[in-house]
Design a protein around this ligand. Sequence first.
Ligand code: AKB
Length: 315
Amino acid sequence: MSSHKILILGAAGQIGSELTAKLRAIHGKDNVIASDINYNNTALVNSGIFEIVDALNYVSLKVCCEKYNIDTIYLMVAMLSAKGEKYPMKAWDLNVTSLFNVLNLAKAKFINKIFWPSSIAVFGPTTPKENAPQYTITEPNTVYGMTKLIGERWCQYYNEKYDVDIRSLRYPGIISWKTLPGGGTTDYAVEIYYEALAKKKYNCFLAENTELPMMYMDDAIEATVAIMSVPTGGIKIRSSYNISAVSYTPKQVAESIKKHIPEFEISYSPDFRQDIANSWPKRIDDSEARKDWGWRHKFDLELITNEMLKQLSRK
Ligand code: AKB
């Protein structure tokens, strides 16, 4: 059992809820404090120590860190790409202020280590579509993408100037069955499994051949745990690492579902999220993560579909 005391901000969300369970299994239940801004996720609230913490409030964050002697924060609070286009100033404030608060806690030595997720949304229409490199043109045209890009710059700055131990991954679309995502452009790739089981049909908000990078939750959690376990000198990139697993289109997901549910039908009604998807690369080159700390993914599309349909049928 480790002596680390961990605070997860945004623990009730899609990734936060699974990360909390994994970190509790690794570090012990009493060493991982889950927090969010409401008690809505009752399974999470009842599964261990839970605190109401608003990541926008520096004082409330500091009080929580002092109360539990926190040394590591996972900042999983964010407004995603599609919702961010509807509430641009809220997205800017939430995504950037929460990061500053956590960076400043580390600068003031209240905590030692931070995990903060970036996203493939840092890329934009001028980024190469195929195998977007680690270092390339990053001109995002979504508010969410801009917050992630500026966040990456600040992470590197705080590392260089104030020696803050910050680690980050550019997550692709994350596929999971425990907690629904909300407000993202890649959300279709989760919704499709729910609708396939419930209604045997799905009307997709992206066009059939829209190829995007995706990753199964177990791989995303493995990557997060792995990058946080690397000795400090092993982390060469302090902005954010590209990581990738698989890339596929709505049509390809539908075909993989039809192998299990032959009567499943998909239709397409692209909406404003199509423009966001069109601005992102199809594939990501994650060779730096593979070289620096041994990143390897396990789940391809067939495995993802098997797991999603199996777990959701049980649920
Ligand atoms: C979104 O669609 O906004 C997110 C992301 C790719 O960061 N899932």
